[in-house]
Design a protein around this ligand. Structure first.
Ligand code: MOS
Length: 757
């Protein structure tokens, strides 16, 4: 793909649209030169360092901490434990709404999971704080840890994910299975996974009286501001959060975490600026993770090979003290037509940190199971797995019967299959080998993710010098929001990108909504679009009502904005610059505001999803069981593409997560201690470049008139769905072995050969 030759501002932007241009990241140079300052890079004068002491047991209570030893260490300023932690205005265990999760803020000596904060040492240097924390040498009253999906009694959770029902059905599933001509019942297991962005949670907090100023990475500035305000009993306006750069988020920075709040507590306690940065190991507990699942799917087809029953049951895990339930079965509502569909969830409580939203929460987990089961059903029917998916293509949303707002999935299958060279794939497994004798297999998976949108706000200004400003507190966690949203802003204001200042990543700007659910471009983008339209409307009113303007009499609907000028729509030879319009009106600038919100009527009338088709090739060493994903091609239809370069990057990143889900990633818990045994990036495997030799994302054209005025669906999370199943299915096709316990590691593959997997 020759996409590195394009300059930042192609010449044709002037006469066209900034939207759709494959611009490079606006913050790219800053990032590669180290000029981008992340939260932990901040060093306000007089700053102290806080280090957390965390629990090495999973359940029990802290009986003793050697606070005296820690305090006596040179450089240690303060030790905060439940015995002396300053009071808070809100109980950290209060659950006031769906998105206020319980936090561990040293409220008691109880230990609820391994790596829970149990004390905090504040010192003049990082070394002294670290040594002080080590000197605490906690003694515990240990209770046996409950770890594992079968460790405790299960129950039906009150809701799953962000408030979805735990059980849903349409049609009679048992009748469908009874009358099916072919049926399968299969169970899959997925492991716990931890978000692990490159940048761990970090905070630099400074108090000035009742004013709190912090640098900390956030995917949801306004939510974080609100939560801190409740905990400290101050107004949200007293809190300023800067989050201009995030070193990744993946969901673990969507809601402010306990350790971040502890940093602010530390700063208040000592009356000085404090920095607190989590170690990698401390990321495995107090900041969320993806819960493990057992998923059982029962599928039945009629004589034509059409699905008539699809039953998807999930068993998952939450903590003992809070509720988040991985909504893994929900994906079966969205993808394949079936007369009867039933989905359900049950859960157990373990001595673990509370699971949380993690990139494609539910969809990723459910997708690898559903896509594997669909493959197994196709195999049972003796049908090519792509043909089987096309035969069971959903023309309407399967669970609701609603039409799709748009769905170019057929085209995704077609373009992806063609590019991959799917045709001629042998139906039976273990038929292909490369020149080195490695087994080669091809698999397919369908990708799907809802097109969501939340409420957002933006403010726009056009100045007399013809420049513009767009402000919205958006979050660039590396996905390129600062670039794509600036492109939308430039178009909305009819300005060239180099005339636009885009301000973002700070809580004193209008609330751009949470960067989650792959919704950020739609949410913040529509607010920006509307703020720009507000400004242009005001400019047009000034011009078209003034007989001295060449636009006089054109009316608001009769102008278009481009390159810092308004043009008469019916006669583009008549135009006037923003500078001239403002100058004549005697105005220094003109300001506008925009909000965004999901269109309730459209949402109740249509099912809204992005789709994709992912094709994977793996090579497997027949003797060693070593698996490599050698080629992955995904074709995705996600509505309007604002910046194809950023979008390909997002989709490729998602596909790498999918490869990771299928082959690499798993947190291993010691069932005796309840501790994660691989709480580091050496043993918690994620794919590196050598694990991903060839990857391609194809953007399939799709116009959606219903999702929002810009037609944006979102691309952040869809890439992981479909891919994980495609890779797993390719492993089966290479080897003839179906490993239903993910990730598919070489020991499990070889184990399944001997029947013990
Ligand atoms: Mo994502 S799990 O919606 O940040």
């Amino acid at each position: 793909m020759p996409d590195i030759t394009l300059s930042q501002t192609p010449a044709h932007v002037r006469h066209g649209s900034s939207i759709g241009q494959p611009l490079t990241r606006r913050d790219g140079v800053l990032k590669v030169t180290g000029g981008a300052r992340y939260a932990a890079d901040q060093h306000p004068p007089g700053m102290l360092y806080a280090v957390l002491a965390v629990s090495s047991i999973a359940r029990g209570r802290v009986a003793f901490l050697d606070v005296a030893a820690a305090k006596a260490y040179p450089g240690v300023v303060e030790v905060i434990t439940p015995a002396n932690r300053p009071a808070l205005a809100q109980d950290p265990d209060e659950r006031s709404d769906l998105f206020t999760f319980r936090l561990d803020l040293l409220q008691s000596d109880r230990v609820r999971y391994a790596n829970q904060p149990i004390a905090m040492v504040i010192a003049e240097t990082l070394e002294a704080a670290t040594q002080g924390a080590a000197l605490l040498v906690p003694r515990y009253e240990i209770e046996p840890a409950q770890i594992g999906l079968d460790a405790t009694a299960s129950f039906v959770p009150p809701a799953v994910g962000p408030g979805f029902p735990a059980e849903v059905h349409r049609g009679d599933i048992e009748a469908g299975l009874t009358s099916a001509s072919k049926k399968i019942a299969v169970s899959y297991e997925t492991p716990a996974q931890y978000h692990n962005p490159m940048e761990p949670h970090a905070i630099v907090a400074v108090w000035d009286g009742d004013m709190l100023s912090i640098d900390t990475p956030s995917q949801g500035l306004a939510l974080a501001q609100g939560r801190l305000a409740s905990l400290f009993g101050i107004s949200p306006d007293n809190i300023h959060i800067r989050s201009p750069f995030l070193g990744g988020g993946f969901g673990c920075k969507g809601f402010i975490t306990g350790p971040q709040v502890l940093g602010a507590i530390a700063a208040r306690a000592v009356g000085k600026p404090v920095k607190l940065v989590l170690s990698r190991e401390q990321m495995f507990g107090p900041v969320g993770h993806r819960a493990p699942t057992q998923q059982t799917l029962r599928l039945g087809t009629n004589q034509d090979g059409k699905l008539i029953a699809l039953d998807h049951r999930t068993k998952t895990m939450s903590s003992t003290f809070d509720d988040f339930f991985e909504p893994a079965s929900g994906i079966s509502h969205a993808l394949y037509a079936s007369a009867a569909i039933a989905t359900s969830h049950e859960a157990v409580r373990n001595d673990v940190g509370t699971p949380m939203f993690m990139r494609a929460p539910g969809e990723a987990t459910g997708s690898i199971a559903l896509e594997s089961a669909i493959d197994e059903m196709a195999q049972a029917c003796g049908v090519d797995p792509l043909a089987f998916r096309l035969k069971n293509y959903a023309e309407v949303e399967p669970i609701s019967g609603k039409p799709f707002s748009s769905k170019a999935l057929r085209e995704c299958y077609r373009q992806g299959a063609e590019r991959f060279g799917w045709e001629g794939r042998p139906l039976a497994p273990r038929q292909m080998r490369d020149r080195d004798g490695l087994l080669v297999g091809w698999g397919v998976g369908t990708a799907v993710f809802p097109a969501l949108m939340f409420a957002g706000h933006a403010k726009a200004v056009v100045r007399r010098d013809g420049s513009g400003v767009m402000e919205t507190g958006a979050h660039d966690m590396g996905q390129g929001a600062g670039t794509a949203l600036a492109q939308i802003a430039a178009d909305a204001l009819g300005l060239d990108l180099d005339r636009l200042e885009f301000r973002s990543g700070s809580s004193d700007l209008p609330d751009a909504g949470i960067a989650g659910g792959s919704s950020h471009t739609a949410t913040a983008g529509m607010a920006i679009h509307n703020a720009g339209a507000d400004v242009i409307g005001r400019l047009a009113e000034l011009a078209t009502n003034d007989h001295r303007s060449p636009l006089f009499g054109a009316g608001n609907a009769g102008v278009i904005a481009r390159g810092g000028r308004l043009f008469r729509r019916d006669d583009e030879s008549r135009s006037e610059s923003y500078a001239d319009i403002l100058g004549r009106a005697g105005l220094a600038q003109i300001e506008g505001h925009g909000t965004s919100a999901a269109d309730g009527v459209a949402q109740s009338s249509y099912a809204m999803y992005a789709h994709g088709a992912v094709f994977a090739e793996v090579r497997v060493d027949p003797d060693l069981g070593q698996i490599r994903a050698t080629r992955v091609i995904g074709a995705f239809a996600a509505g309007r593409i604002i910046n194809p370069r950023m979008v390909r990057s997002q989709l490729c990143g998602g596909m790498i997560w999918g490869i990771s889900f299928a082959l690499h990633e798993q947190a291993m818990m010691d069932p005796r201690s309840g501790r994660p045994m691989n709480a580091n990036l050496a043993e918690y495997h994620i794919p590196v470049n050598a694990d991903v030799p060839s990857l391609e994302a194809i953007l399939v054209e799709e116009h959606d008139p219903h999702v929002n005025a810009l037609g944006i669906k979102g691309v952040g999370e869809i890439g992981i769905t479909g891919t994980a199943g495609a890779v797993a299915n390719a492993v089966w096709h290479a080897t003839g072995l179906r490993v239903r316990h993910f990730p598919i590691t070489l020991d499990r593959l070889i184990g399944s050969q001997t029947g013990s997997g």
